[in-house]
Every structure is written in structure tokens, then in C-alpha cells.
Write a protein that binds this ligand. Structure first.
Ligand code: ZN
Length: 495
């Protein structure tokens, strides 16, 4: 575990030993990197079992079969992200490798997305940003040449309450690519799902900890121990940051703690299971001649890499010799590793944006750990190391998310609204509203052509205004933050 951590943080975190030690470590890492790269590029391409399959017209098609997952046996995972009309949709679907099947799957996945959007339009819901759609799927090789796909379409609200969950099952025949309609079924599983934990809440049944009864937790800051579950009730004592306390139970908002052998109450949001929640992450940046006294701005791009618009954005950055930060999705890193490598090759910073763009606040510990494991594996496979920084999908990171993802969490303080307007002029107008962008972090998305259009104007404009375009790590570093803290959220880095 220790070795993996040091290896994965190698690009940004090198222990402060002498120079020779650093050089030896770098050489060793390069050799390991080359060996790992050779393994993935030559010995084990894609890491998946691949089956040649003869379709109806005797053409050979390649089908990907995954040995390592039991619920996503067949196909390559793909994702559609949409924020259209203020709805937050993340739709996951497989690509099997048989054109006719894939076209049916895509159409169906797209119809689920539009079904969600239309239902909010017709309900007259004005602020749909409070709702999240997450479509996940399971894919199986059934007997003979039948593929079974189960789409799980879940809609939650801001309080992580499951509003609806439906399972749509489809069967396809590989030999002719046709869907077998008579087996298509929709099951409403909404009532089988307990409402997920509220924000900052913790459900003890989801903790995989080997406690026989009581749980030790630690204060995330100074916090009062109270007589009643009420912030106006009398405080009995004060917990200092990092101080441990025995927790008996919790209702999501208040934890019942044992103090002097008697039960008292502490706000759950200020107690964590991690003894050292805020670990140091030491930043190391290359010297590119950045002047700390001159204005600087960090442009960030989420949700990619996208095979069409991300390369266009990289072309613009390369043309002007500037850098940005890309918060990429592990799932797309798996699909387009060359684009992610190009991001890093031209000096950009790559950050983790989770594997499948789920609203992380709604995940159980197990689901969260699975998402982390798959996402980190994708970055290690593509780049040879984990990323230093993390940005949560939708910016949603409650205490449980911050405990599980052990990264500094980067937010933004300028939202270009590119996800909403999808219009070059409006994107530029939104950013130009901020008269002084010094030390700001701008949110953009690398998946839209309109964003790539806006970047062609934005980059020279910022340069003409005298801004240095920097990565998020550089922005932190040159403003005196050589160390960031895990589980801490950063919106910008004021001097
Ligand atoms: Zn996102």
C-alpha cells in the first residue's frame, strides 16, 4: 500500500532527500514506467479478453469480454454526460462491438436521458439542478449467442433521496444483431431502495469496519459536545480538532457519543472515521518561468477526454504554448489513453474526476471504493501514476466522499456555464464578467465543440491581458501553498 502510494504520487511528490537520491528514484521510476508501458502496450493490449465473432453476413467483429467484472461481462463502458435544461444526467452504456447492437443500445441509452429531461419539462419543475439521473448497466453473455443488458435508471434529489429506480432489461442476438423484443422488461425497483443517506450523514450498516460495537471517531475541527440534539442546547465540553471520541449511534445529523460514561451529542458533520483526514500532499511543480508577482489564472476542463473536442482544445493550448488542468473521467481515460497522455505531454495537469461521474454523495462505502479503485487504475494504466488532485462530479463531496477519496479536492470560483449555454459568445461573456481573474479557477468542460471554439478566443485574450495560464498545482504553489491537504476543498488560492 505504501509503495503504491509513493509510486503514484511520484510526479508531484518527491520526499525532500538529497539530489542523488531523487535522480536514482526518477531513473528507477522511468524504467518501471517503461516496463509497465511495454506490458500494457504490447503484452496485454486492453487487458481484456477479446473474442472474434462471426456476424450474420460472415464479417468478423471483435467483441470485448471482461474477465474481471461479473456485472459488466461484455463490452466497453461508455458514458454520456448532459446538463441540458438544468438536468444532471450521467448515462453509462456498453459498446459491444457489433454495429447493429451498439446502435440499438445507444438509441435506448439516449432515450433514457431524454425521458428524464422531458419528465422535468412536463412537470414544470423550474430548478431541475436539484435532481440527478444516473444510469448504470449490467451486461451478460447469456447462453448461445444472446447478450443481456440491464439498464438501471436511478433519479435522486439533492438530499440523496431516491425518487425512482427502474431496471430495463434488453436481449440481443449476436448472430444477426437483432433485439429480441418479447423479453424486454421494465421493473420498478424504487421501493426496494432505502433512501440513501442524507448529506454529511453516515449509515453505520454501510461501514465495513471490524468494530464489535462502538466506533471511535475524530473531530474535524473544534466542536461542542451537547446535552441535546440541538445547536442551541448547553455544551458540556469542547472537542479539539483530531480529538477522539466513542460513538454509539447516529441519525445522520447527530452522533450519540459516550462522554464520562454518559450519552451526549455531537453534530455528525464534524466527526470523521479517519484519524488523519487532512494528510499533507506536497506539491512539486516544474520551473516554467512563472512569475509569482504577475497575475495568473487556471483554466480547468471537466468530463473528458472527448475524442473530438479535447484534441481541439489541446491544439489551441499547444499553439500558444500554455497549459491547463483536465479533470478526466477514469472510464474515458480507459477508452482514450492517448489523449490523456497528450494532455500531460504538453505540460498540462491531469486530475481525477471519478470513474463514472456518479453523484458521489449517494454512494455506499463499497460503491465509492469500487469507483476509486477503477478510476485510479485507469490513470495508472494511462499515465503510470495516480493524479495529485481530485474534483468531485457536480462539486458534490460530503464528509464521506472526502474520507474515501484521499485527495485535495479542487472546486472553482468562475463557472463559465459552458455546460448550460453551449454557445461560444455566451461562454466568453460569462468569463468576461469577472474583471480581475487573478488567482481564479475557471470551470469549463472539454466535451463540447462550443467550448473548444470559446477557448480559441479565450486563450489569446487572457494572454493579451497579461495573465499567465497555469495549472491548478502551479496556482497553489506560486501563491504559497506548497502543501495541500487531503479532504480539504479549494475554490481558489488567494495570496
Ligand atoms: Zn463533471
Amino acid at each position: 500500500m505504501k509503495d503504491e502510494e509513493e509510486l503514484s504520487y511520484s510526479r508531484a511528490l518527491v520526499p525532500k532527500h538529497n539530489f542523488l537520491y531523487k535522480v536514482i528514484i526518477v531513473i528507477l521510476l522511468v524504467i518501471i514506467g517503461l516496463l509497465v508501458g511495454f506490458y500494457f502496450a504490447v503484452i496485454a493490449p486492453k487487458g481484456n479478453a477479446v473474442e472474434e465473432h462471426s456476424s450474420g453476413d460472415n464479417e468478423q467483429v471483435t467483441i470485448t469480454i471482461n474477465d474481471d467484472y461479473d456485472t459488466k461481462q461484455i463490452g466497453v463502458q461508455n458514458i454520456m454526460i448532459d446538463y441540458v435544461d438544468n438536468c444532471n444526467c450521467s448515462v453509462n452504456y456498453p459498446e459491444i462491438g457489433i454495429e447493429e447492437v451498439d446502435s440499438s443500445i445507444f438509441k435506448y441509452a439516449n432515450s433514457l436521458k431524454y425521458g428524464f429531461i422531458e419528465s422535468f419539462k412536463s412537470s414544470g419543475e423550474v430548478d431541475a439542478t436539484k435532481y440527478f439521473q444516473n444510469v448504470d448497466y449490467q451486461s451478460y453473455l447469456e447462453s448461445g449467442d444472446i447478450i443481456k443488458i440491464v439498464f438501471i435508471d436511478q433519479i435522486t434529489n439533492e438530499a440523496n433521496i431516491v425518487l425512482s429506480q427502474k431496471e430495463h432489461t434488453h436481449y440481443y442476438r449476436m448472430s444477426d444483431g437483432k433485439e429480441i423484443d418479447e423479453y424486454h422488461s421494465i421493473i420498478d425497483t424504487t421501493n426496494q431502495i432505502d433512501s440513501l443517506e442524507p448529506l454529511e450523514g453516515e449509515d453505520f450498516s454501510n461501514f465495513n469496519l471490524v468494530y464489535s460495537g462502538d466506533i471511535i471517531k475524530y473531530a474535524t475541527s473544534e466542536v461542542n459536545i451537547r446535552v441535546e440534539k440541538d445547536i442551541n442546547s448547553e455544551p458540556i465540553d469542547l472537542l479539539r480538532e483530531g480529538q477522539a471520541i466513542e460513538v454509539r449511534s447516529g441519525d445522520g445529523e447527530w452522533d450519540t457519543v459516550l462522554y464520562d460514561g454518559k450519552p451526549f451529542y455531537v453534530k455528525s458533520a464534524y466527526l470523521t472515521r479517519k484519524k488523519n483526514l487532512h494528510k499533507d500532499v506536497e506539491l512539486e511543480v516544474l520551473d516554467r518561468g512563472i512569475d509569482p508577482d504577475k497575475p495568473m489564472v487556471a483554466i480547468t476542463f471537466d468530463d473528458g477526454p472527448n475524442p473530438i473536442s479535447t484534441p481541439r482544445i489541446l491544439d489551441t493550448l499547444e499553439q500558444y504554448g500554455v497549459v491547463a488542468t483536465f479533470f478526466d473521467l477514469g472510464q474515458l481515460v480507459d477508452r482514450f489513453p492517448d489523449i490523456v497522455r497528450r494532455e500531460e505531454a504538453i505540460g498540462c495537469e491531469v486530475g481525477n474526476h471519478s470513474y463514472a461521474h456518479k453523484n458521489l454523495n449517494t454512494l455506499t462505502d463499497d460503491e465509492m471504493q469500487e469507483d476509486i479503485r477503477k478510476s485510479e487504475a485507469a490513470f495508472i494504466k494511462a499515465l503510470g501514476h495516480k493524479t495529485v488532485l481530485f474534483r468531485a462530479p457536480y462539486g458534490n463531496a460530503n464528509l464521506k466522499v472526502r474520507e474515501n477519496w484521499e485527495y485535495p479536492i479542487i472546486k472553482w470560483n468562475v463557472d463559465s456555464l459552458d455546460w448550460k449555454t453551449r454557445n461560444k459568445t455566451k461562454i466568453l461573456k460569462e468569463i468576461r464578467k469577472i474583471k480581475d481573474l487573478d488567482n481564479h479557477i475557471i470551470l469549463l468542460h472539454s466535451i463540447y465543440g462550443t467550448t473548444a471554439d470559446a477557448v480559441e478566443t479565450l486563450v489569446p485574450e487572457l494572454l493579451n491581458q497579461g495573465y499567465q495560464l497555469v495549472t491548478v498545482s502551479e496556482l497553489a504553489f506560486y501563491n504559497g501553498n506548497t502543501i495541500l491537504k487531503t479532504a480539504e476543498e479549494y475554490l481558489s488560492f488567494p495570496k
